[in-house]
Design a protein around this ligand. Structure first.
Ligand SMILES: C[S@@+](CC[C@H](N)C(=O)[O-])C[C@H]1O[C@@H](n2cnc3c(N)ncnc32)[C@H](O)[C@@H]1O
Length: 260
């Protein structure tokens, strides 16, 4: 499977409105008991990309003075944008395979839309466990390709669904990996969204044209341009049909919570 080099696409990636992040409510809850402690509360986003999660939550939780914010990513380009957002972030260029931190370093670990890039799925989650403090919290979010056969992207780029089913994990094996690693109190919530995730047809076409979804980077250029031709022809000649396909689209995202 082809690697995705985010350092080639980070400028366009940042323009995708769906990469913006909301407030992490479970973190807000955990901090109610930890904000007043003297000991630093260390948070890390593994695969932090352009730092959107760190940025939203830093701004929302600025009343809590004992937090240390860390972001780790394998792409220098992605990290450069995270660094522009806030010079207080501790940003680390490394692979999740070998985290350059001591054991028991972090109270809260988040990993969003990233693990499909891990070649070896067990080792990085073993590292998540190692660097987490006792009673720490882990959050993982990602898509569930098996429940997204109607996703508009899979419709126009038919080989991407099969490739995703090879690089993502079903929720059951992910839970097994995490519990074998030592994580406990593992809970999963699955959320299905119907319709065009980018709201308008124009915006959806623009995003596909930017080619920042990793699905569009692991297929050949030939397959990508064939799909784009179908999209552009339909956009010009049968916009109603394109709108219908996008309205029938389904995206399914899980959120997993675990403790050490
Ligand atoms: C789809 S982006 C998600 C970024 C961010 N978490 C978000 O939700 O917007 C995937 C990120 O994982 C990073 N990544 C891929 N493989 C990695 C690895 N082995 N270790 C650390 N980061 C990795 C990529 O560089 C990229 O920034």
């Amino acid at each position: 499977m082809k690697d995705v080099n985010y350092s080639k696409i980070f400028i366009k990636y940042e323009k995708d409105p769906l990469r913006k992040k909301g407030i992490e409510e479970s973190l807000v809850r955990v901090l109610r008991e930890n904000c007043s402690k003297e000991e630093p509360f260390r948070i890390i986003d593994i695969g932090c990309g352009t730092g959107n999660w760190l940025n939203t939550n830093f701004n929302n939780l600025s009343y809590c003075k004992n937090i240390e914010w860390f972001g780790l990513d394998i792409s220098k380009g992605m990290l450069s944008l995270a660094g522009e957002k806030n010079s207080d972030f501790n940003l680390v260029l490394a692979s999740a395979d070998t985290l350059p931190f001591f054991d028991n370093s972090f109270n809260f670990i988040i990993n969003e839309f990233t693990y499909h890039h891990f070649k070896n799925k067990e080792k990085p989650f073993g590292e998540h466990y190692r660097v987490m403090r006792k009673k720490g919290n882990l959050i993982i979010r990602n898509i569930v390709p098996w429940e997204m056969s109607d996703w508009s992207l899979y419709y126009f780029f038919p080989t991407t669904g099969e490739l995703d089913r090879k690089r993502f994990l079903r929720t059951e094996p992910l839970i097994s990996i995490l519990s074998n690693t030592g994580f406990k109190n593992i809970n999963i919530n699955i959320n299905t969204m119907h319709g065009n995730e980018y709201k308008t047809v124009d915006r959806w076409v623009e995003i596909m044209n930017n080619r920042t979804h990793s699905e569009l980077r692991i297929i050949s250029d030939k397959e990508y341009f064939e799909g784009m031709k179908k999209i552009k022809d339909m956009f010009i000649n049968n916009r109603k049909e394109l709108g219908k396909i996008l309205n029938n689209s389904i995206t399914t995202i899980f959120e997993l919570q675990a403790r050490k």
